[in-house]
Unconditional design. Sequence first.
Length: 418
Amino acid sequence: MTVQDTSAPHTRGAPGPEFGLGVFFSHAFRPFFLAAGVYAILALAAWLVWIAIHAAEAMPAFMSVAEPLHLWHAHEMVFGYGAAAVGGFLLTAVPSWTGAARSKGLALFVMFAIWCAGRIAMWTTAFTPAAVPMFLDVAFLPVLGFAAARQLAVQPALRNVIFLSIIVAMASGNLLYHLERMELVEGGMRIGLLLGLGTLIVMITVIGGRVIPGFTTNALRRRGIEEAGRLPVRRAKVDMACLLLTILVFVLHVLEANKPFVGLAALAAALAHAIRLAGWRWRATLNDPIVWVLHLGYGWIVAGFALLAMALLGGWVSDVAALHAFGTGAVGTMTLGIMSRASLGHTGRSLTAPRSLVAAFILVSLAALLRCFGPGAAPQFYNEIMLAAGLAWIAAFALFTFMFAPILLSPRLARGTK
């Protein structure tokens, strides 16, 4: 079975409009992927400033954020950066799947403005009533869901309903976070953040199962490899086990169920995802960075569940390490890989990664390694390790933004140009 690579360069049609707002808002991946790259830098830089101040045993003269900074940091990584990456991907991919008209022009501008308004609101929670950031920040995901639902309705398919479910779950998590800020729900921030992160991992589980074996097969066939035993394999039962176990573990973790039981479920999820990943022939992609980065990102899901099992079954590691394996490792690496591939393909460029982009792929996973394992290995250097991990993340997305800003702001390459 082959998967159509909707990010691959097209060979038909005229170039897009000339440079300007018209080209920037001609496809959803342009504003949302560029914003995701920039915001990944800004939000993490703010977090590092706080760590540096804390390490110096000082206090800032004023704070623009009302809630605890570690919760704000987690929220902005999930519902700020993560939501932008999801929005850019879905609003670009769904029209390719269904043949629906893409979001562009004024409609796309309004959605992007709503996302931006949410970010401004979350940076100024100390100065505004709690209802204001709740309204502005929560608004984006329902609007995204409505736009995606209209596009999916053009060619309904039961397997695509999960994407609407993901948006609903993610929006619900964001709402719970804000309801606790308004002192209306107890524990809403923790539940909301876990629900948001869990939905991102579910989405990677679904999308990864569709695109990673397909892109790998296409890459291997371009190298002349056609033998069935050397191509990726997909097993329906393994795919379903991965999805159901992923949902089960996060639901149980949100509900604070019996730790050994959740730990055993996490161990089963790690094994299922490892079996799935092994069947995708990741070793054959090591000379193709634009493909192996997707395998690497998916591998962080295996690591996340394995670390969560270790945390819950024996307390050998912190469950925070597991959450950062999912967030920094899986979400960070996978979204960086998907955004890079889609941005190259949809602007008519070759699906090859230059050295700077390969460095970005490595740096984002280095950030995850440092954040997951550094504090436990050398707790006396906690602040230094946190700063190193944050700087690796910032460097990764700075390289991405530096490379792709001109691409995302410029017209699509004309046929025959390189």
